[in-house]
Design a protein around this ligand. Structure first.
Ligand code: MTE
Length: 321
């Protein structure tokens, strides 16, 4: 396949073998560039359009326990209809703008209430047991998708740093680079950057909680949160922070960017629940993309009751929305 190099000349070309463990590296690298960037005359390109994304084939054993009855959403749709406010607030902005984010090299600082705090390179994280799991994914805006994620269980990462007995919560922080993220350059910030989200420790340690490094058999596109993001399928999509650079184990419950922006709209738990409406979106029904109609009934915990209901036994889910 032809290799396109449209990044600035001082941007080093990274060899695929350097960024992907051998066992998951199947083919030669592919440079996938935005069609617009390829067809534009180089001199007319805005700086934000000059970078190219690197998307690699990524093999992972399918975990057959996670196979919803619905077929996976079309890949094109799942990678062009996104929420990633650091690149703009429209659904199409992330796919158009996110190529500017440098995703290699990458590391995640893991700290807080742990015996062995450390910065962990992406390469090491990608050697944790990767699986492909097809999860339902539900946005608070009441649309949903079915996505074949590739990732490892969060608890495997936790084992590397050994949380102490004081750890009760986990905070996830996304990358925030003004020079690489158009949405961070707005006169009035849309959110309190960097984007942060939190989970209770037992939620994070639930085997369903995935750190995703790929989707549809490839590494993550930037607009979906490359190179590593959270996927918590029984909660509304905004809990699943993208492009994570920091993970902290905490004694106290953290506040998230969304809760800070509107505490009555975005609660800490944000479990998918047809009986608890968001002030602006009824959660009774959902629109499985590409459908235009909210023709499906929302399932409690997005259908993952068997795996997660015990986390909330005795809790008032309306008060703890
Ligand atoms: N993470 C960051 N850093 N910034 C964001 O704007 N949007 C959230 C979540 N994670 C968001 C984020 C929301 S609202 C949703 S619905 C999902 O990402 C969308 O994930 P997807 O684009 O892969 O479908």
């Amino acid at each position: 396949m032809t290799q396109f190099r449209i990044a600035p000349p001082d941007m080093p070309l990274i060899r695929a073998s350097e960024i992907t463990p051998k066992e998951v590296f199947l083919n030669r690298r592919q440079w996938l560039a935005g069609a617009g960037a390829l067809t534009s005359a180089a001199g007319l390109l805005a700086p934000s359009a000059q970078a190219a994304q690197v998307i690699e084939p990524l093999a992972a054993k399918p975990n057959k326990a996670f196979a919803p009855s619905d077929a996976p959403t079309d890949k094109k749709l799942a990678t062009t209809y996104n929420n990633y406010y650091e690149f703009g607030t429209s659904k199409s902005a992330p796919a158009n703008e996110a190529a500017t984010l440098t995703v290699r090299p990458w590391s995640v600082e893991v700290t807080g209430e742990v015996a062995k705090p450390r910065r962990i390179d992406l390469e090491e994280l990608m050697r944790l047991p990767l699986e492909e799991r097809i999860y339902r994914f539900r946005c608070v805006e009441a649309w949903s998708m079915v996505v074949p994620w590739i990732g490892f269980e969060f608890r495997h990462l936790a084992a590397l740093v050994e949380p102490t007995s004081k750890a009760r919560f986990v905070r996830f922080t996304s990358v925030a680079r003004k020079e690489e993220m158009t949405g961070l350059r707005t006169a009035v910030p849309v959110l309190d950057w960097p984007y942060t989200e939190g989970l209770r420790l037992d939620e994070a340690m639930n085997p369903l909680t995935l750190m995703s490094v790929g989707m549809y058999g490839e590494t993550l596109p930037n607009q979906n949160g490359a190179p590593i993001r959270l996927v918590v399928p029984w909660k509304y999509g905004f809990k699943s922070a993208k492009s994570i650079v920091k993970i902290e184990f905490l004694e106290q419950q953290p506040t998230s960017s969304w809760t800070k922006s509107a505490m009555h709209e975005y609660g800490f738990y944000s479990n998918v629940n047809p009986n608890v409406d968001h002030p602006r979106w009824s959660q009774k029904r959902e629109r499985l993309l590409p459908s235009l109609f909210a023709s499906r009934e929302t399932e409690l915990f997005n259908g993952y009751t068997a795996q997660v209901a015990s986390l909330y036994s005795g809790m008032d889910l309306k008060a703890n929305f």
